[in-house]
Design a protein around this ligand. Structure first.
Ligand code: UDP
Length: 252
């Protein structure tokens, strides 16, 4: 049987939200099942998001994160933790992948996710409006062995692993059966960290693996870009006059 892929997506209301959710949903619809899409909103499950999910024709769960946001930089983090708790609580078996709503994903990416045994990572192309160039972040590999890291200027800080949020995936059983994976950490610690910005991925990954030897670099040689992380500041995009419906998901 094919491994289940569990895709975790935090989302929030802004211009292009409906566009993003439709686009990602349609990619997921093309991935051979079983695929479970866990979409997490803050405070309340909007009927607009619910409508999109209902019409998508894929398996999904629509969750709500009720934690008080104390820091604006924690955007998305608590929502992903809500999904992790849900996966752990219900022992949902599969490969967990954090897919932001606004990134671009190839179908091939989802094939490679299914080959992951414990923890897989791959290079992600980051595109920044200001820099006018693509920068890679993620592993340098010899076959499937991770032997180094691509890093961008922003992350020259002392991060242990240079991995983007959309550049890794892991076996969900690590969340509740750490002994099986020789990394016995109490499950409650296994969350995304909210304290240090830019360190969320690495601190989380350090809870899942000891070092590079427990990682699987994918696809073979890590020689292909399978997804793109755009920093296109959708927050600043507005609809032109005349697009607003009375109750539109994207009308802010
Ligand atoms: N996000 C969210 N609430 C927020 C900000 C972001 O749910 O207040 C979600 C967003 O929809 C996306 C993910 O978190 O799925 C990453 O957000 P963003 O693209 O702004 O982060 P960046 O790409 O700049 O790291």
């Amino acid at each position: 049987a094919r491994k289940q892929v569990i895709v975790v997506t935090p989302t929030y209301n802004r211009a292009l939200q409906a566009y993003y959710l439709n686009r990602l949903g349609q990619v997921l619809r093309l991935v051979p099942p079983p695929v479970l899409w866990i979409v997490v909103e803050m405070n309340v499950a909007s009927t607009e998001t619910a409508d999109i999910l209902r019409g998508m024709g894929i398996m999904y769960r629509h969750l709500v994160c009720t934690k008080n946001l104390t820091n604006i930089k924690d955007r998305g983090v608590h929502q992903r933790n809500t999904a992790l708790e849900h996966i752990e609580h219900h022992k949902l078996d599969g490969i967990v992948y954090f897919a932001d709503d606004d990134n671009i994903y190839s179908l091939e990416l989802f094939d490679t996710l299914r080959e992951i045994s414990r923890f897989g990572t791959w290079p992600v192309a980051m595109l920044a409006q200001s820099k006018n160039k693509a920068v890679l972040e993620g592993p340098v590999c010899n076959g499937s062995h991770v032997i180094g890291w691509h890093t961008n200027e922003k992350s020259k800080k002392l991060r242990r692993f240079h991995v983007d949020m959309s550049g890794f995936a892991f076996n969900s059983t690590i969340l509740w059966d750490p002994k099986r994976w020789q990394k016995p950490i109490a499950p409650s610690i296994r969350q995304l960290d909210t304290i240090k910005e830019g360190f969320q991925e690495t601190t989380f990954i350090e809870q899942l693996v000891e070092d590079e030897s427990q990682m699987e670099g994918t696809p073979f040689g890590c020689s292909k870009i399978l997804n793109w992380h755009l920093h296109l500041e959708a927050r600043e995009v507005g609809y032109p006059r005349g697009w607003l419906l009375q109750k539109n998901l994207d009308a802010v």
